[in-house]
Design a protein around this ligand. Structure first.
Ligand code: ADP
Ligand code: ASP
Ligand code: MG
Length: 401
């Protein structure tokens, strides 16, 4: 029997009514002869509320305890969905990450799935049960509860689909992947297909519709991922392998990220060892920095600006404080008021002049840019948040997004 992994996000399970409705959809699918695994997120804004409570206590909550706390959210929705299915006469069983052997590695709040023990799932399927799994969580080698980073339930679903060689369906509050987040640009176009590479760049650049790590896994294990509206009755978008030797539009999508901060380091000796030391100390805290730009040395000193998630700013600054004693010329500035725009497209591989075109558009609209970085299929620009709307409109119009 074909195995299907479905994932329902927070808004899809935000109320008892919605959970009952989803249970009915799953029951129908089950009756049509499929073995089903359902991954759920926490109800509505539950995770935000849990995190807020921890930060109401302290600016620096213990990461292990944050994981224990956040993991409770998914356990509520998984059991309620199981209760709803059982009440419809469909046998179902729910499991937290550790109960299913969802093994992870890495730091608390940012762990990565390394393996899943699928024995229980196969046994439950043989017994005709629907298996419901708490998304976003696992257990590490010390038997501690871990979480996969915000939005990580998508990754649980793709990892399960990869392990079970199953179809993967992500159900959410939007009916597909759009060229631009429709909440930011309602005229955006829905894409029937998008390549793994483009979706990965979009997701890592702030298009919160999919967790970036889920796309990495989907690409690695060749799992096509369908993203669709949680009613299940509108065709969604398929994330899959796309031949990049074909003619592709220069820009497929635009991602907007308002969750980044920028740090500028001043008065750093122009010595690669010192610079490496600073970045290594930040990396040791498992902080993922993104765009980097360095000035030309003046009096043997350079300035370096880099972006990082706002959520990591506090810990990064704590690390940088330790360098103030070691380098007497050193100081830093941090800003949280930035917007990162990223244009993404496989066509950039073969078409030149995209960066120049976007620069011209920004110039024509009086939008200053502070940092730019490029990869083969992505160009990112840091702008002032006040210019975001204007920039999206101009880029969308020019590239028909
Ligand atoms: P879930 O809770 O189901 O995981 P998310 O809020 O994580 O849902 O993701 C769905 C949201 O992603 C949509 O409501 C939409 O605003 C946002 N989004 C961001 N970028 C895009 C995009 N390119 N296409 C579609 N939705 C997007
Ligand atoms: N509940 C978690 C979050 O809000 C995981 C998820 O929704 O995917 O980040
Ligand atoms: Mg999500």
């Amino acid at each position: 029997m074909a195995v299907i992994v479905q994932k329902y996000g927070g808004t899809s399970v935000e109320s008892i009514e919605k959970i009952k409705k989803i249970a009915e959809q799953i029951a129908k699918r089950k009756k049509s002869g499929n073995d089903i695994v359902v991954v759920v997120s926490a109800m509505g804004k539950t995770t935000d509320n849990l995190v807020r409570m921890a930060y109401d206590i302290t600016i620096d909550p213990h990461k292990r305890e944050l994981d224990v706390l956040m993991a409770t959210g998914e356990q509520v929705s998984m059991s309620l969905l199981s209760i709803a299915l059982n009440s419809l006469g469909i046998e179902a069983v729910s499991y937290a990450g550790h109960q299913l052997g969802i093994k992870t590695e890495g730091s608390h709040t940012k762990s990565r799935i390394t393996d899943i023990n699928d024995e229980k799932i196969h046994k439950d399927h043989r017994n005709g049960k629907v298996v419901i799994v708490a998304g976003f969580q696992g257990v590490n080698e010390d038997n501690e509860i871990t979480t996969l980073g915000r939005g990580g339930s998508d990754t649980t679903a793709v990892a399960l689909a990869a392990k079970l060689q199953a179809q993967c369906e992500i159900y959410t509050d939007v009916d597909g992947i759009y060229t631009i987040d429709p909440r930011l640009y309602p005229r955006a176009r829905k894409l029937d297909f998008i390549s793994y590479d483009e979706m990965l760049e979009m997701a890592s650049s702030g298009a919160g519709v999919m967790h970036p790590r889920s796309i990495e896994l989907a690409e690695k294990y060749k799992v096509p991922v369908l993203l669709a509206l949680n009613t299940g009755d509108i065709p969604g978008s398929l994330i899959k392998e796309i031949d990049n030797t074909m003619e592709n539009p220069a820009i497929t999508g635009l991602a907007v990220n308002n969750d980044q901060a920028i740090i500028t380091l001043n008065g750093i000796p122009h010595d690669i060892r010192v610079i490496a030391d600073i970045f290594q100390s930040i990396a040791n805290k498992d902080i993922n920095i993104d765009m980097i730009s360095q000035t030309f040395p003046v009096n043997r000193l350079v300035s370096i600006s880099f972006t990082l998630p706002k959520a990591d700013l506090y810990h990064a600054l704590k690390v940088l404080d330790t360098f103030k004693d070691k380098i007497f010329t050193f100081s830093y500035d941090a800003f949280e008021d930035i917007t990162k725009l990223s244009v993404v497209g496989l066509g950039m591989n073969t078409q030149s002049g995209v960066a120049a075109k976007v620069f011209n558009l920004l110039a024509d609209n009086d939008i200053p840019v502070s940092i730019v970085t490029t990869s083969e299929i992505k160009i990112s620009y840091i702008i002032n948040p006040n210019d975001q709307r204007k920039a999206i409109e101009a880029i969308a119009k020019e590239f028909d997004l």
